[in-house]
Design a protein around this ligand. Structure first.
Ligand SMILES: Nc1ncnc2c1ncn2[C@@H]1O[C@H](COP(=O)(O)OP(=O)(O)OP(=O)(O)O)[C@@H](O)[C@H]1O
Ligand SMILES: [Mg+2]
Length: 438
């Protein structure tokens, strides 16, 4: 299999637009650019290229929003940005620059600073903006926030605040999101509309590659081993999405599939039935699954190790620390789609029990609630949604809390004696939902 290339094909216009914004920020302006494009179209590669061109006299920090499988992982991108600034400047300078409210940073980066009880989490956007502005007083700062389709409410508020830094702050904010994931009613929509309306941001849209660009990429990846017909087929089947070009180049010489979805399953389909069963189990756990949770869900450690090895060797999974992750979220989705209904509910119930056995963090409780929901076990789904809602509220993740609350309300009428199961009244649940949405 070919490793993804760092080679950037095309995109000269888009890169120029980003570099022009960078040049303006260096000269003393504040600029925000929104990079939009469908899944796997090349947003990250383009932004990596931009960051590599920033140079040592400016600070560039990158944060990514993360989907936990049961909603956005709270503050993920903000935490990464704060940590990157700590690496760049040192802890003391970061705390000094963040000013009076610095202790709020302890809520997103545990251990960085002790949080005063009652520290107001809603100050996070202001504190982050003060921090970035203060660093920018001595050098230009580039802040990249990727994958905003997975942002939680606090991260969206922080981004909106950064875009509103004074016009002469010497800051370039670059935001990316998957346009195909942000449909009507998506919570990112109002922020995007606001940035556009107020002319605070410019947009860069990443379109699919042209046939000529696909051919260039395929030839580079194929290392001289592709003939004209191969290249033509790849241009045809990939529909210009670079990720599919990479996958298809790896399978030249075999019968190439007709649909894009089948491209995602190429590697999966080649594996033994036992490994495929294992992969469907992993897929039900989300894009990445902790090893111990997976072991509990699979129930047979020897079988797990053998299957995991085969899946890693086939480049479907990667082992990252104590987790197994799909190399691509799109592949996870496609493999998840291969689950039969009975298989799906059984495996989700096994995950729910496995997460229940772990220490009860907000993240674990969210997983428990998500898996009972997907396992279609209404009473457990209701009880765990109420618990996860409270845990999310306690960490200031109100949009996550709101999602759990909505599910609890949806489940209420399916559960006999719901009040006893949930441990709260319907009235109380409605009141909590209102305050989470406030
Ligand atoms: N213009 C390009 N030239 C060469 N390779 C590319 C190009 N664009 C994307 N790729 C390759 O395609 C794959 C997907 O790209 P990338 O991860 O940047 O997409 P993305 O839009 O960030 O995806 P996601 O929506 O999952 O975040 C990567 O392996 C990348 O190296
Ligand atoms: Mg990306």
């Amino acid at each position: 299999m070919l490793a993804p290339t760092a080679l950037l094909v095309g995109r000269s216009y888009e890169l120029e637009a980003l570099q022009a914004a960078l040049a303006e920020a260096r000269r003393g302006s504040t600029r925000t650019v929104v990079v939009a494009g469908e899944a796997r179209i090349g947003k990250t590669l383009l932004l990596d290229e931009l960051v590599s061109r920033v140079g040592p006299e400016a600070a560039a920090v990158v944060g990514r929003c993360v989907d936990s499988g049961s909603g956005p992982l709270p503050h993920a991108a903000v935490a990464a940005i704060v940590l990157a600034l700590v690496r760049e400047l040192g802890r003391d300078e970061v705390l000094a620059a963040a000013g009076a409210g610095a202790d709020v940073l302890g809520a997103v980066v545990p251990g960085l600073v002790e949080m005063r009880p009652g520290a107001a989490l809603d100050r996070l956007p202001d504190v982050l903006a003060d921090l970035v502005a203060s660093v920018a007083a001595s050098r230009p700062v580039v802040v990249v926030v990727e994958d905003l389709h997975w942002a939680d409410g606090a991260t969206r508020a922080a981004v909106a605040r950064l875009a509103r830094l004074p016009g002469d702050a010497r800051v370039l904010v670059v935001l990316s999101y998957r346009s195909d994931d942000v449909g009507r009613g998506h919570p990112l929509r109002p922020l995007l509309a606001e940035l556009e309306r107020s002319r605070l941001a410019t947009r860069v849209e990443l379109a699919r590659l042209s046939a000529g660009e696909v051919a260039e990429l395929a030839r580079a990846l194929g290392d001289g081993g592709l003939d004209a017909l191969d290249v033509e087929r790849i241009a045809d089947r990939s529909e210009g999405v670079p990720f599919y070009v990479e996958e298809l180049v790896s399978f030249v010489g075999t019968a190439l599939p007709e649909s894009l979805r089948d491209v995602l399953l190429l590697r999966y389909e080649q594996l033994d039935p036992g490994v495929r069963t294992f992969l469907r189990t992993v897929a039900a756990g989300g894009v990445s699954v902790p090893h111990d949770v997976l072991a509990a869900a699979v129930g047979d450690p020897d079988a797990l190790d053998a299957a995991a090895r085969a899946a890693v060797e086939a480049h479907v999974l990667v082992a990252a620390g104590a987790e197994y992750a799909f190399r691509h979220a799109l592949v996870q989705e496609a493999v998840y789609g291969e689950l039969l209904p009975g298989e799906r509910t059984r495996i989700h119930a096994a995950y729910a029990r496995a997460y229940e056995a772990r220490p009860a963090t907000a993240r674990t409780l969210a997983e428990v609630a998500n898996h009972w929901w997907r396992a279609r076990v209404p009473d457990r789904a209701l009880a765990s949604a109420v618990t996860a809602q409270a845990a999310a509220e306690a960490t200031g993740a109100t949009s996550t809390a709101a999602e759990h609350g909505e599910r609890a309300l949806e489940l209420w009428h399916e559960v006999p004696d719901a009040e006893a199961v949930a441990g709260v009244s319907h009235h109380e649940l409605l009141a909590r939902a209102r305050s989470d949405h406030a």
